[in-house]
Structures are given as structure tokens and as C-alpha cells.
Design a protein around this ligand. Sequence first.
Ligand code: PAF
Length: 285
Amino acid sequence: MKVARTIKSVRQLVIAARGNGEKIGLVPTMGALHEGHRSLIMRSVKAGNFTVVSVFVNPTQFGPREDFNKYPRPIRDDLKICRDTGVNVVFVPTAKEIYSGGTVTWVEVEKMSKPMCGQFRPGHFRGVATVCAKLFNIVQPDVAYFGQKDAQQAAIIKRMVADLNFPLKIVVCPTVRAADGLALSSRNRYLSTQQRRDATCIYRSLAAAREMIKAGVKAPKTIAGRMRKILEKAGSLTGVDYISVVNPDTLEEMKHVEGKVLIAVAARIGSTRLIDNLIVDADRR
Ligand code: PAF
């Protein structure tokens, strides 16, 4: 496994692999790797790709009052996970390497960046789309892997790739959950023991929504109302940013539940903001 710190060196390694007839798989991450990331990496490795994992805590996707400074950076553990899973190259650039000279060119995926997390994290998806566009241009992968847990991010990146004709395929992999349902996230490590227990309210609210849809409930308001009640029972809950019932591809709100529906939640447990979602097919009972 090679560790590349510059754009030039990662490009050289990728060009050499491509010369050997390899397909390139990219797993973009901000490090603090957990089982969710491992599942993305395994998917690329098992597909036989020359697998590049980027580890970059992207400053442009954090708001001024967000957790950029305290975001975990356990690079040694990350490198070990990459080595153990059979990664070929880990790309670990500095912010200077990625944003040298400042950036005046941004990628804005309109409309889809506005609802849900976009309302509470202005500029977040502009930062995500821009850094992913850069990583796609730097690494030039055949395929890139994202987690379903960040449903809005995955939908936005897919749309950006389609709209800007990036020659790569986006694969979205299932959310990996703890035994009690909590979606794995690098931010779970901010939770105290009690908060960690209470955080299961998020998955429980989603599972209740799925039950309701499977039982034929069609009104998003009824579904969201029930979910909110479940969330509000958790003692450590400090707020619900949103409960959304939307089209999984366009993120447009649904007036009436039908076909594939994305149910998404962002809730605050103590001072930690967690997100999760489920896609439910209302036409399949
Ligand atoms: O999902 C993440 O970890 C980040 O948003 C990503 C895709 C690596 C871009 O910085």
C-alpha cells in the first residue's frame, strides 16, 4: 500500500495502474474510518479495482460554527484499516494541496442542495460537490463509492456526475448499523454512554415510518408526526432539524407516499447532530 500526499504522486500511481490494465475505484472519505467505510472499501477491492481511498477533512464543507477543528483525525488507525482491507493507495493531501491559491470556482448542485441538511448547513453541499469534483479530476476513477447513510450527498453527487458528464460510475452502498440500529458515523464517538443509548431513537423512528408505509399510510404529515413523537421520548434529544419524506433521486417533497420514498432525519443528541434515513418502496407490501 502506498501513501500519496500530493496530487502529482497519486496521479502517477493511478496512471501506472491504468497502464497495467487495472480499473480504478475511489472511496472518498474524511478519515475516522469505521465499518461503514470498510464496507465501501471492501466493495471496491472485491470488484477487483485498484483501490484509492482519500482521507481529507474538507474545510469547505464545514460551517464556521461546526466541528472542523474537533473532527477526529486518527490517521494511524485509518492507514491500518486501509492496509488490512487491501487498499492500493491512500491519498492524504493537505488543505493547501487541494485548495492552493484559494478557490474561486465552485460546484453548486442547485435545488437539491437547498432542502434537508442544506437548510441547516448553508454551503455544505457546495463544499462536498466541489471537493468530490476535484477528487474525481485528480484520481480519475472508473467508479466511486458512497454510503447511503448520507442520502442527500449521494443523490447530489450522482446528479453532479450526470449533469457535468464525469466519466465514472457512482455506487451507493447500504448503511452499516450497530446491533441496536444506530447508523455508524464518525460523529458517534462524540456521544456519552447515555446519549449513545438514546441515539437509537433515530433508527426506531425510521423503522416506525417503514411500518406505517407498509401498512398503507400515505400522508407524509402523519408519518412525520409519529416519528417526531418517538424522537421526543429520548431524554438526550435537544432538537429535530428535519424529518423529510422525499423522492430519493430528486429530493423533492412528496405530497402523497408512492413508489420509492426516502425518509430522512437529522436530530441533535446533546450537541451532536446525527443523520439517518431509509428508502422504502410503498408499492411493495
Ligand atoms: O462523506 C464524506 O465523508 C465527505 O462528505 C466526502 C464525500 C469525503 C467529501 O469530503
